[in-house]
Design a protein around this ligand. Structure first.
Ligand SMILES: C[S@@+](CC[C@H](N)C(=O)[O-])C[C@H]1O[C@@H](n2cnc3c(N)ncnc32)[C@H](O)[C@@H]1O
Ligand code: SF4
Length: 403
């Protein structure tokens, strides 16, 4: 029986733009300095071909959100962004959905951001990282404090008020007081969303080879808890490990990932996950597909309808583990009806997978699965425990357990 892509699992679209003005020394995202190879027109053409091909696997579905991530999507012209949104709208026929663009404060001009808004962007995620000049310098950022502040003003003036600010903490030489200063400065703008990431040292980065001296772990813990308390006091509710929002202002796109929804990923190195449901039996087939990572190779392969460099159909163990890996990041955990709908599996499969986890850390019943407050603090330990029991060793490398 032929599987049909028609189903009620939310579907979002991720568009990867793989260029930045300069590579930051801590960053392991698929991003390349703009001077290496940059051709906006050719890249957009490749994206549209990639999207046309992906559409074949999800016809008759609509989109619930779009996210332009990177890299630095704000390097692209508003016309390019508009072309991609228009093409997606033609295929998927959506109305008023969340459409986010990631932006670096070193790339802000008023006119361009007004044009982004007119192109359909209605949410901005700005990579502030810190408002402190010496920390921005240590992070190799292309912007300073004044540019960070004026980027937020520019966004507001362009009418883009649905804003996320990315901050990092645990920076080289940073004190708790300085980390708190950053959060205080961000809260002063009263934006609806703040992401607060602990700086992690990733393989294949400059910081991995030349690691700066970072604050001791007890100082990082103090930073995290003090900043969390401040965010709560300012009405930002933590809903995920690093995500805080005002009531009802969560990032719908990221929520869809964490609730194990579907997504099409287009662009260099982008990943997607598509579920097809058999019309008659209701059986589900979940396929992950990923694209060539190098922009030049991606463009070349996309023109021959070969943007994908690999794909995998998930088996039951993969599905359960990936579901847990995502949903347990959320403070609210997961709803069992959504689990059954989005995985095609039944409650006992989930119950079985977590049966040895201490009930002081994890709660599961027929309505929901969630960590306890204590379990949320020990999420890595829970997931590592699950990896060892649920997933074959050969698959472990595919998952990142970092917070
Ligand atoms: C792909 S970047 C998008 C924003 C844009 N490229 C910029 O940097 O302004 C997404 C965010 O991930 C966070 N990030 C990147 N590398 C990180 C690392 N090693 N540790 C913690 N957070 C990191 C930063 O806060 C960054 O803003
Ligand atoms: S942190 Fe952002 S700006 Fe810096 S290299 Fe990574 S994607 Fe580019």
């Amino acid at each position: 029986m032929q599987a049909s892509s028609q189903n009620d699992i939310p579907l979002s679209l991720y568009v990867h733009i793989p260029w930045c003005v300069k590579k930051c020394p801590y960053c392991d995202f698929n991003s390349h300095e703009k001077n290496n190879f940059f051709d906006e027109k050719l890249y957009v053409k490749a994206l549209l071909t990639d999207l046309d091909n992906e559409y074949k696997n999800c016809q008759q579905r609509t989109l619930s959100s779009i996210f332009f991530g990177g890299g630095t999507p704000s390097l692209f012209s508003a016309e390019a962004i508009q072309t991609i949104i228009d093409h997606a709208r033609k295929l998927f026929n959506f109305d008023d959905i969340e459409i986010t663009l990631e932006a670096n404060p070193g790339t802000f001009e008023q006119e361009k951001f007004t044009a982004f808004k007119n192109a359909g962007i209605n949410r901005l995620s700005i990579g502030i990282q810190s408002f402190n000049d010496s920390h921005l310098k240590a992070l190799g950022r292309i912007h300073d404090r004044v540019q960070a502040l004026s980027a937020i003003e520019t966004a507001y003036n362009a009418g883009l008020t649905n804003i996320n600010l990315d901050l990092m903490f645990g920076l080289p030489q940073q004190t708790t007081e300085q980390a708190v200063d950053d959060v205080t400065a961000a809260c002063e703008f009263d934006v609806p969303h703040i992401s607060h990431y602990q700086l992690t040292i990733e393989e294949n980065t400059y910081f991995h080879k030349h690691t700066p001296i970072l604050p001791e772990s007890d100082v990082i813990w103090e930073m995290q808890t003090t900043c969390q308390a401040l965010l709560t006091e300012k009405s930002y509710r933590q809903y995920e490990i690093s995500a805080y929002s005002k009531t009802g202002r969560q990032c719908l796109h990221n929520l869809n990932y964490w609730q194990f929804g579907d997504y099409v990923g287009i662009g260099a190195g982008a990943h997607g996950k598509i579920t097809e449901r058999d019309k008659e039996t209701g059986d589900i087939k979940i396929t992950r597909r990923w694209k060539h990572r190098q922009p030049q190779q991606y463009i070349k392969q996309a023109s021959g309808n070969k943007a994908a460099s690999g794909q995998q159909v998930l088996d039951q163990q993969d599905i359960v583990f990936e579901y847990l890996l995502n949903v347990l990041r959320l403070k609210a955990g997961g709803n069992i009806n959504t689990f059954e709908n989005n995985t095609g599996l039944k409650y006992p499969a989930l119950e079985q997978a977590v049966k040895n986890i201490d009930s002081n850390l994890l709660i599961i019943n027929k309505d929901k699965i969630t960590t306890t407050d204590k379990g949320f603090l020990f999420l890595n330990e829970i997931l590592e425990n699950l990896v060892q029991r649920v997933i074959p060793q050969s698959c472990i490398r595919r998952f990142s357990l970092k917070k």
